[in-house]
Design a protein around this ligand. Structure first.
Ligand code: SAM
Length: 249
């Protein structure tokens, strides 16, 4: 996977992604990251990349031409038109199924806006996906692109070691993950659930699934509409719901 980030602040991207698991994957050549400074493509003698919005209003708008120049350079280098993700609060909200789908691409371009955003005409020309990381407004697209790259990279084969690649994680089967415990078996008078110390794998598996269902019902009940559950698990969920509602009234 090769990520191409078009930004006015390339050092933010390389600094933010160069450590830990993603940094190691880059060192091993499993993923590549190129952060391109859009300013290098300015046609203005002062290297300006923004201007006032037509029609008036607050703030500045990033101009079309430098963004287009930076994009065309990526296309020239890789020899085809890749998916271009524009990070914007107006996009589809990023989620785990998008992560898994995007991880299949060979190249991904992330276009980071700043100020009031980017001239609409270049977005129409090059953007294939409009993606938001949540319903709030940030100062730029750099943090959202790093969030996306981190999440996508976990699904690129070889990025996670065996110990790191969890068998079950939140959002798999539309459930949240069960609670996790480590040594010591007792801390501040709280004991780790006995089943986890039993060594009985089938019982541990059953307990974890039930905890996942319970936790999802408590914290993100809307996910359960599309959860992948066996018949027994559906019955368990119904039982939990009945208990929950009987306590509420
Ligand atoms: N004026 C724009 C609007 O109201 O839609 C917001 C511009 S924002 C201040 C500057 C840049 O930050 C955007 O162009 C976008 O790249 C990025 N950005 C801000 N919030 C974001 C979010 N929730 N998700 C993804 N990108 C975001």
């Amino acid at each position: 996977m090769h990520y191409h980030v078009l930004t006015l602040f390339p050092e933010m991207i390389t600094g933010g992604l160069g450590t830990s698991i993603i940094g190691r994957a880059m060192e091993q050549g499993i993923i590549e990251l190129t952060a391109t400074n859009i300013r290098d493509y300015s046609t203005n003698k002062h290297m300006k990349v923004d201007d006032y919005p037509y029609g008036g209003g607050a703030g500045m708008v990033m101009q079309a031409e430098p963004v287009y120049g930076a994009y065309c350079d990526v296309v020239k280098k890789i020899g085809y038109k890749p998916r271009v993700i524009y990070l914007t609060p107006q996009g589809k909200v990023f989620n785990q199924s998008m992560v898994e789908e995007l991880a299949k691409e060979k190249d991904l371009v992330f276009l980071c806006g700043h100020y009031e955003g980017i001239d609409e005409r270049v977005l129409e020309e090059i953007v294939t996906d409009y993606v938001s990381i949540g319903d709030y407004v940030l100062t730029g697209g750099e943090l959202p692109s790093m969030v996306m790259i981190d999440a996508i990279s976990r699904f690129v084969p070889g990025v996670l070691s065996n110990e790191e690649s969890a068998q079950f994680e939140s959002f798999q089967d539309n459930l949240l993950e069960y609670p996790q415990y480590s040594r010591p078996a007792e801390w501040m008078g709280k004991r780790v659930p006995e089943v986890l110390l039993s060594g009985h794998h089938a019982n541990i598996e059953k307990w974890r699934r039930e905890q996942s269902i319970q936790r999802t019902l408590e914290r993100r009940p809307e996910l359960l509409e599309n959860a992948v559950l066996s018949k027994k698990e559906k019955n368990y969920l119904e039982k939990l719901k009945k208990e929950k509602y009987s306590h509420e009234c």
